[in-house]
Each structure stands twice: as structure tokens, then as C-alpha cells.
Ligand binder design. Structure first.
Ligand code: GSH
Length: 153
């Protein structure tokens, strides 16, 4: 059995986890997820049925046990911790690292989703975030704009 089971669909954030699995050199078995018929093994591991989800088949002295990790940013960090510590930030980089890790996972992802939706599917919540979006637009941050990671979130 591979060290990790990786539930994926190519049209999803699972591609972030796939990149991290390769970057970390992890031994994994991919399991394709059909949106219309999610595998029971995925729902057992993560009842929300979201991708990416990985299951780490973790060997230990008593034979081993499984750890489930979901959330793309958490998967990336977990894989670096377990498989490739050289990918982790140095002490002096940790403040920026955690800041950007959580920024990407929450405000940035949320806004990116809203900005890429067809206008008729933009929900009411956009009204709540309109000031932030407009501030971003005023700074030239629109869909497709490369964002420098050197500045502050
Ligand atoms: N915040 C989560 C989002 C996970 C998520 O919503 N994934 C989508 C695919 S990109 C999904 O699984 N959608 C299927 C569903 O909700 O049933 C993350 O960063 O991993």
C-alpha cells in the first residue's frame, strides 16, 4: 500500500495537493472522484466530500494508523512536515510563511472565487465584500494580475 491515498479530480483544488505530493516526493495512490458519485472511502475519510483530501497511512510501532488531511493549504504544510522538511520555512521566514499561508486559504481564495464567477452567479455576499474588492481593483489587482508575494497582505 502506498503511504498516501489521494482523492482527486483534475478540475479541482486537488491539483494543488498533487503538486505538493510531487514536490515532497511522496508515495501516493490517486483515487479519481466522480462528482456525481463520490467514493464511499472519500466520504468515510471526509464526510464533507471535499477535495483535496489525503489519507496518510502512517506506520508506527503498533502497526500503523491513518491520518486524514483536507484543506489544500493544510495538505501542503503537512506533506512538507512529514516528507520534505527542507521545504519548510526557516525560522526567520515563519512569520511571512504563516501569514501568506492563511491569507491564501481564506481571504484570497474567497475573493478569487467571487471574481471568477459569471456575473449572474455572484451571490449577495459580494455586496458585503465590495469595498475590499474595489480597493483591490483600485490597486490594479484584477483577475489575471500576477500578485507579488513580497508585500503585506
Ligand atoms: N477550502 C477548501 C476548499 C475545498 C473545496 O471546496 N473543494 C472543491 C473542489 S475545488 C470540492 O471538493 N467541491 C465538491 C463539493 O463541494 O462537493 C480547500 O482549500 O481545500
Amino acid at each position: 500500500m502506498a503511504d498516501y491515498t489521494f482523492f482527486f479530480n483534475p478540475m479541482s483544488r486537488a491539483q494543488i495537493a498533487r503538486w505538493a505530493l510531487h514536490e515532497a516526493g511522496a508515495d501516493y495512490e490517486p483515487v479519481f472522484v466522480d462528482w456525481a458519485n463520490k467514493p464511499q472511502a472519500l466520504l468515510d475519510a471526509n464526510p464533507m466530500g471535499k477535495l483535496p483530501t489525503i489519507v496518510h497511512h502512517h506506520a508506527d510501532d503498533s502497526g500503523g494508523h491513518d491520518h486524514v488531511v483536507s484543506e489544500a493549504a493544510a495538505v501542503c504544510h503537512y506533506l512538507a512536515e512529514r516528507e520534505a522538511p527542507e521545504l519548510l520555512p526557516r525560522d526567520e521566514e515563519k512569520a511571512d510563511y504563516f501569514r501568506w499561508l492563511f491569507f491564501a486559504a481564506a481571504p484570497l481564495e474567497h475573493h478569487a472565487q467571487l471574481l471568477h464567477r459569471p456575473a449572474e452567479r455572484v451571490p449577495r455576499v459580494l455586496l458585503h465584500h465590495a469595498p475590499e474588492l474595489l480597493r483591490g481593483a483600485a490597486q490594479g489587482i484584477t483577475p489575471g494580475t500576477p500578485v507579488s508575494l513580497n508585500g503585506a497582505p
